[in-house]
Design a protein around this ligand. Structure first.
Ligand code: GTP
Length: 605
């Protein structure tokens, strides 16, 4: 197929607006897959191939004969992860496209992710085809959507298509519009090979399967190739297209997308965004290379140390297919051996957690997520000792002594919230409570408003989304993008039991939240620390200031009490043995025995 009859595009949409349903319909209407009645072909394939659910891009090549000109076209549907957490991945996938379908549920209107995705596509100069979906539903209001698109993005209402991905209404017209509005790739088949690696997955037998967009030239079995970023060289073992099943071909030519295998044995060798060329025939890289930085961290521990090896296996397996997750070994006196995982954002963490639950057939403890702080320290000696004036604080136990801190910094994001007008008051209160500052508020139509606000990442990683949903009866949507670090008044909040520090319970909080966080922690600990035979003072302190205190009354506990009258010696001994056994698993703090369960209860999300 000549380059002029190739279209490479992607569908971008807010969650649940119908991306998978539309992809299925396109596959079905072009005869790529038979109508099976069972929905979501791309998604189910993903599961088969043990791939990340929303994290990874999917590709399908469709052959379509245009009704208008009778010519056969090759439409390459490049699926992108929906969420801007995966903005890096989205960017890479979009780099293989010339246009996008901006899909909007006509029932729900523009949502936060629609805005974020639009800006991503716009920043890459892609042609945008606005598509209003679910017009078969009674509540659908395509006119309101058109108004929102005009207000927000200056999209001409006349350019909006109305479809039902479910019934197929308007989808044939959409296929024609893809051909008319999205240009073919500007590729050159006579130039040397230059291709973009925008997706890959690991296969036990063949090594990485690599998905490429061939910008220029050709690639075929036996070609010696080299990747620019890694500098590594391989020989191509197989080549093919994704229909969406892998289908071998003799070669891939400029303008096409497809897969290759080349005996690449570790997932780490495949860098999404890397450029490949023929060995000895270098080309400039197609896109700049920037590694995604993890923003949200969480500790992962087996509930029981005997499950350590199998949990490690599960984590290793998952990381093979998601190189954006960072893994470091962590150990805690209370919880034993575990790992500290870094994620691109909240959704990324959630997706991983869900996959871990499926892969690992025991329960894992995932600790409350946290962010990474930064500190600038003073004093030549200290700077030398730390190897630089700026240090990164991944864990509260590395919080430097306040005397040597010049300034502290925390990560912030720019949040986009879309809410019905009636809830603006509640939403603004929530933003203020979370230390946010509203930047702008834009009415989208008569009913809905978009609010943009800077928020500390730390304030949204735990329950912001739930709170937002509950204070707007589920109507608001939220999305965010990274905005870097800002100076902040942070303190380390410590927990003392009878004056002794419990290191594992320290947290880093904003000074304005220290008192309430301290109160919250002490009251929770009062409930979950087992009663002792003496009084225990539970204090939350910052430096030498006590911010909150609870007192746990003494309890005299004698496990053999009930048996005193019965005098069954054997049972009595057994109980005492059990108690001694239990003690071994305890963490001692100032004579106070804290069982693992206490920490698990504190840390649990
Ligand atoms: P994520 O994969 O979570 O991002 O969702 P998605 O955007 O892929 O949405 P999906 O295709 O899974 O559709 C979400 C829901 O909307 C499903 O229950 C679909 O059956 C339904 N849906 C999709 N398109 C239409 C449509 O045109 N009309 C109606 N009535 N329902 C639709």
């Amino acid at each position: 197929i000549p380059i002029a009859r190739i279209r490479n595009f992607s569908i971008i949409a807010h969650v649940d607006h119908g991306k998978s349903t539309l992809a299925d319909r396109l596959l079905e209407m072009t005869g790529t897959v038979l109508s099976s009645g069972s929905s979501q072909v791309l998604d189910s394939l993903q599961v088969e191939q043990e791939r990340g659910i929303t994290v990874k891009a999917q590709t399908a090549s469709l052959k379509y004969t245009s009704i208008l000109d009778g010519e056969e076209y090759l439409l390459n549907l490049i699926d992108t992860p929906g969420h801007v957490d995966f903005c890096n991945e989205v960017n890479r996938s979009l780099a293989a496209c010339q246009g996008v379908l901006l899909l909007i549920d006509a029932n729900q209107g523009v949502q936060a992710q629609t805005v974020a995705n639009f800006h991503l596509a716009k920043s890459q100069n892609l042609f945008i085809v606005p598509v209003l979906n679910k017009v078969d539903l009674k509540g659908a209001n395509p006119e309101a959507c058109e108004e929102q698109l005009k207000t927000l993005f200056e999209i001409d209402p006349k350019s909006c298509l109305r479809i039902s991905a479910k019934t197929g209404l308007g989808v044939d017209e959409l296929l024609e519009e893809i051909i008319l509005r999205i240009p073919p790739p500007s590729s050159n088949r006579d130039a040397p090979l230059c291709a973009l690696l925008y997706d890959s997955w690991y296969d036990r037998y063949r090594g990485n399967v690599i998905v490429l967009f061939i910008k220029d030239g050709h690639i075929k079995v036996g070609d010696p190739i080299q990747f620019i970023h890694t500098g590594l060289q391989y020989n191509v073992k197989s080549v093919g297209v994704l229909l969406p099943k892998e289908t071998p071909t003799t070669q891939l030519s400029a303008g096409q997308v497809g897969f290759i295998t080349c005996n690449m044995r570790t997932a780490k060798e495949a860098h999404i965004g890397d450029t490949v060329h023929l060995k000895g025939v270098p080309v400039p890289p197609l896109i700049g290379f920037k590694r995604a930085q993890p923003m949200v961290f969480s500790g992962v521990y087996p509930m029981d140390q005997s499950q350590h090896a199998s949990l490690r296996g599960a984590i290793e397996k998952l990381v093979l297919n998601d190189s954006a997750v960072t893994v470091t070994i962590e150990s805690s006196a209370a919880l034993g051996q575990g790992w500290r995982l870094g994620f691109l954002g909240l959704l990324h963490l959630e997706v991983f957690n869900q996959r871990l639950e499926q892969e690992f057939d025991a329960q894992a403890l995932m600790t409350v997520p946290s962010v990474t702080y930064k500190a600038r320290i003073k004093g030549e000696k200290n700077i030398k000792a730390y190897g630089g004036s700026e240090i990164t604080i991944h864990n509260p136990s590395f919080f430097p002594n306040t005397q040597i801190i010049e300034e502290l910094y925390e990560p912030v994001v720019t949040g986009t919230l879309i809410t019905p007008v009636d809830y603006v008051g509640q939403v603004m209160s929530l933003i203020i409570e979370r230390r946010g500052t509203a930047i702008s508020s834009t009415p989208l139509d008569t009913h809905r408003v978009m609010i943009q606000s800077d928020l500390p990442l730390n304030e949204i990683i735990v329950d912001f989304h739930d709170k937002l949903k509950s204070c707007t009866s589920g109507f608001a949507s939220f999305d965010y993008e990274d905005k870097g670090y800002v100076s902040s008044k942070l303190v380390k909040l410590d927990i003392l039991l009878n004056g002794s520090l419990v290191e594992e319970l320290s947290t880093i909080v904003h000074v304005s939240k220290a008192k309430s966080a301290g109160k919250d922690m002490t009251t929770r600990l009062l409930e979950i620390i087992p009663k002792q035979q003496f009084t225990v003072a539970i204090q939350a302190v910052v430096g030498s200031d006590v911010l909150a205190r609870e007192t746990m009354k003494a309890l005299r506990k004698d496990v053999t009490q009930k048996l005193k009258s019965g005098g069954d010696m054997q049972r009595k001994r057994k109980l005492l043995e059990q108690q001694a056994e239990g003690k071994k698993k305890l963490r001692m703090v100032a004579n106070i025995a804290l069982p693992r369960e206490t920490f698990i209860k504190v840390y649990k999300r």
